[in-house]
Design a protein around this ligand. Structure first.
Ligand code: RUQ
Ligand code: CUA
Length: 628
């Protein structure tokens, strides 16, 4: 194989041709000037044939049709998968610390993490992409951290986390979705755990009647909490409609119990429906209170309020999913073998008090034991995970509604065994108007006997299911590390990730500004600036060299190393690791990254490039000379 760096033009050309031959590029083929050879036509025809038959096989060198965005659960990250191959393409560190990229270690990532930069852990559950008119827009991905009550945003052009906030007043952010229509103005998420509103340990601690859960509405662009809504009971999962009017959340602890048996006493819990226009009007009219010394408007959406309605459903519902037709919210029973179908069309009447809450329920099909989450295709079918039965039930939504009206129809089409105990499932583009009914992923919490044993801790099993025909067909077992709670499957035509960084990227703008203040031209200079016991070392990198092969500091200095990667070749990322200092990071092509540490060891300390970049990658190193 040739050295990457000897053939930048070639590499770009190859990348261009590959894209041209890819399936999405077919649509734009008319715009491509180069004439097509017979071989290229043949290859494209083959690709089309594979797509038509919904083959899960992606041959070496071929590209996937979909991006999957997987949450990494308590590993705190997001993973990018290729579908249908189920190949893991990349990891995006979010709430965790990542030693390969330096996430949580570099100054730029610490700035994104902000006030929570000191936290090393997270529990990521629900990744959801921003939308325009109910379709993925390829701009942002949002994800919650249940463990530390945070929400983060990932920029899809570079696939890096660019914002992170801690949600005040609430505890344990769980369900998270985006406003679908007209566009993602708001990200919505649930505070699952109940705490006193002023949770300062002084006013009230043990009086459970003062505990509340909050529904949180976040401005997606600013990444600030716009307002919160106090509810009765707790909140679990949530989703938005396709009209831009209503949000719905499940509640499994309407009892406000403080232990398991208290939480499951009532025969019914509920789904809360939030009326967005009324909430926005209440904020505008100043009808809110504030707590814990912050300025966030907290609306009172408890029972009797005109901001919300409470629809009783069988006890302890879990997932809440909107059908891509825009007609229904489906609340999944968990402890009940049923799901509850809520008619979104009836919600106007419910808010105008023309009907009773239970009148909004138009179906309650019985599916099996432990329904947790429901996904949809484009043919009117729903797919519900049955945790206890280790199955997925395929059922017809309109027929389930007819059955509720007393007609004799069998809405249940098939039950497929999955391995084992599925939580979420997800169909290709099934949370959008572009639901295409091709693939279903079942995120199984246990793998048991499906893989070679690897010790007491086992992988989970993400199974790929072909749903393009009448019957669901299991086509792939995919072991995964803890714990993909949820995923979304996005057609690759929705995304246009950058291949190189642009120099004006906001993710390193602060570092660029710091260099300007120091009079350093990042793309040219290699310089050491001393400022008391603070030393700033600016260097460039071009494979296989750093612009600086040595620099000198004094023992105890606070050293900031800023590396600017001048390489303009796709895929040539450099690293910077200071030996024995716990410091390492990635510097992508055309990016600047920086890291700060104390030079607390005297003598010679080598730094080296830890991302394989060149045949002389081993030689890409230099010395920090630390004077005692
Ligand atoms: S929840 S297994 Cu965190 Cu999405 Cu249902
Ligand atoms: Cu630069 Cu390895």
């Amino acid at each position: 194989m040739q050295d990457k760096n000897n053939k930048p033009a070639n590499q770009l050309e190859n990348a261009g041709r590959r894209e041209f031959m890819g399936k999405t590029a077919l649509l734009g083929a008319g715009a491509v000037a180069a004439p097509m050879s017979a071989a290229m036509f043949a290859s494209m025809a083959k690709a089309q044939a594979a797509e038509a038959s919904n083959s899960p096989v992606v041959h070496p060198g071929e590209l996937d049709e979909y991006y999957g965005f997987w949450s990494g659960g308590h590993s705190g990250e997001v993973r990018i998968m290729g579908l249908p191959s189920m190949r893991e393409l990349m990891r995006i560190p979010v709430f965790n610390i990542d030693s390969a990229t330096g996430w949580g270690i570099t100054n730029e990532s610490k700035a994104v993490k902000g006030e929570s930069a000191h936290l090393m852990a997270g529990d990521a559950h629900h990744p959801h992409m921003s939308m325009q008119d109910g379709r993925y827009d390829g701009k942002y991905l949002f994800i919650n951290d249940k463990a530390n009550t945070r929400v983060a945003r990932i920029r899809c052009d570079v696939m890096k986390t660019d914002k992170m906030i801690t949600i005040p007043n609430a505890q344990a952010i769980h369900g998270l979705r985006v406003q679908k229509v007209p566009y993602t103005k708001y990200v919505i998420c649930n505070g699952e755990f109940e705490v006193p509103l002023n949770n300062n340990g002084k006013e009230t601690l043990e009086d459970v009647s003062t505990y509340r859960s909050l529904f949180n509405v976040i401005d997606a662009e600013k990444m600030e909490v716009a307002f919160q809504v106090m509810v009765d009971g707790n909140l679990d999962n949530t989703d938005a409609d396709y009209d831009g009017k209503y949000f719905a959340s499940t509640c499994y602890n309407s009892e406000m119990g403080m232990n398991l048996s208290e939480m499951i006493t009532a025969e019914r819990d509920h789904v809360v429906i939030f009326n967005l226009a009324r909430c926005e009007a209440a904020v505008k009219a100043g009808k809110f209170k504030t707590y814990n010394g912050n300025k966030i408007p907290v609306l009172d959406g408890r029972k009797g309020s005109d901001l919300t309605r409470y629809i009783p459903v069988p006890k302890s519902p879990h997932g809440l999913n909107t059908s891509p037709s825009g007609k229904y919210f489906v609340a999944n029973g968990k402890l009940s073998p049923t799901v509850s179908i809520i008619s979104i069309e009836k919600l106007d009447d419910l808010f105008d008090d023309k009907i009773k809450p239970r009148d909004a329920i138009v179906g309650e099909p019985e599916l099996g034991l432990g329904p947790l989450h429901t996904a949809f295709d484009n043919k009117g079918y729903a797919y519900t995970t049955l945790f206890l039965d280790s199955q997925i039930a395929k059922w017809n939504v309109e027929e389930a509604i007819q059955a509720y009206q007393g007609k004799k129809v069998n809405y249940l089409r098939q039950k497929l065994d999955v391995h084992y105990q599925p939580g979420h499932n997800h169909t290709s583009q099934g949370e959008t108007r572009d639901a295409d009914g091709k693939w279903l992923v079942s995120l199984c919490k246990f793998s048991k006997d499906r893989f070679l044993p690897v010790g007491p801790l086992r992988p989970e099993n993400d199974q790929l299911i072909d749903i393009s025909g009448d019957e669901m067909k299991l086509v792939h077992d995919g072991p995964t590390f803890a714990e993909p709670h949820d995923c979304i499957i996005v057609h690759r035509s929705k995304l246009k990730p950058k291949k190189l960084w642009t120099r004006d990227d906001p993710l390193f703008a602060d570092t660029v500004a710091m260099a300007e203040k120091d009079g350093v031209r990042l793309m040219m200079d290699n310089k050491v600036i001393r400022d008391g016991n603070k030393v700033r070392v600016y260097m460039t990198s071009v494979a296989p060299n750093y612009g600086m092969s040595e620099f000198k500091v004094k023992l105890g200095d606070e050293v900031t190393v800023v590396v600017t990667n001048l390489d303009q070749v796709e895929d040539v990322t450099h690293g910077f690791c200071m030996t024995n200092h716990g410091v390492q990071m990635e510097i992508g092509p055309q990016a600047t990254a920086s890291v700060t540490f104390i030079a607390d060891k005297p003598g010679v300390q080598w730094y080296y490039c830890n991302w394989f970049c060149h045949a002389l990658h081993m030689e890409m190193r230099g010395r920090m000379l630390v004077e005692a």
